[in-house]
Design a protein around this ligand. Sequence first.
Ligand code: SF4
Length: 447
Amino acid sequence: MATNKVISFPIKVNGPHLKGKTLLIPEMNRIAANLLAATFRGFGVRAKVMETYKGMDLGKEYTSGKECYPCQVTMGDILHFIEKEKDSLGDSFNPGDYIYFMPEAEGPCRFGMYNKYQRIVLDSFPGLRELQIISPSNSDAYSLGDILEENQEQDFRKTAYFSMVVSDVLERLLWKIRPYERESGITDAFIQKSAESLAHAFELYGRRKLFGKIMNKVEEIVREAKNFVDPAIPPKPLIGIVGEIFLRMHDHSNQNLVKILEKHGAEVVNGSICEWVNYVSYDGLREAKKEFLLNLKQLRLRPMTGALKNIFDFGGDLLYKEFRQKKVYRQVRNLVDIPEDHKISHLEHSLQQSDLFSFDLSTEACLSISSIVEFAKGGYNGVVNVYPFTCMPSMATSAIVKPFLRKLKIPYLDVPCDSTIQPGREATIRTFMYQARQHFNHSITRC
Ligand code: SF4
């Protein structure tokens, strides 16, 4: 089985090696990153989330412009962190005290290259060779064997996954309440405060897997948030967001897309983090099944056994995730009508029926396209595809879904992003929302 990659060419690290070191987590999604860091801290790992987007100038300075935008953003985040840390610690700054957490994915995308490129850049600075990068990979469902003691890994994975579900639920609550809030800004402030208190709960209860205690807090938060709704505000057009996960999640990089859509009259549902995390296990299981059948046909016993083990590993992992996710959503949906997350097997089935794309081609395109099919079936009034400029899977998504949605007369908008401010962007979003409003009015009349 593949292991995590510790990307540090001059120093090879074996076994649990985080003692006394600080794990630096880049912020893709603010809530999720902070809950993950809190979970790590609960397991005795000193973890902190780095400030994000403040080092964009450094990110651009140390990339050529051909890299994916999230690579530039995270490059800037780590360089900015180091710069600030050096300023505050002076001579006592020691790069060997830190480990930078940068997961990767194998496959056709360049995500797998971020850590390697960033390693090269860090190595070009005197002393920074000692700052290690640790890169859990999708090839082993983001196993964390190199980060934690062996007997902690399973418990940590369960709690870390739970933290992602809770983060998704909190975001869905925000998108459900904010467009209808009775006083501008109260939902944002409340969710921020709630995320902090949940981080504290993860630090306290996560290691012992006291999920019930954390869910009691979640329930309290949901009950209080519901009071912010002004019942006089009528329902709004429903917009689904798909696209590349970093851009969907990172408000700075997508230039506050959700808020701008809301400003122009939308209620938004963005894709979740767990969609990708579940997909990794689902895809691993799918590949293991294919491998098993192929080896069975050729009667190759040893590879067959290996494939069977992977079927159990990935299958068990997926079952657990779906069970945990369903349980949390059921509990929250008893209190507030947030949308359920898509089950990956259902997305594949939906994609097969639509005949638009195939899970065999993998990448985020299969998730984005199938989610769009689901949005269309679910009566959404518009779809937005947000992605880094030149992102390959997202451009494939765009090419495939445009004719599909045009036929159904559902408004669609591509939002490619880099760090520049596009002058016509808000006008485009306003026009898109005008079309979505027409679609919404039309569907009400039809009802
Ligand atoms: S999904 Fe897009 S942004 Fe992400 S690595 Fe692939 S090409 Fe780059």
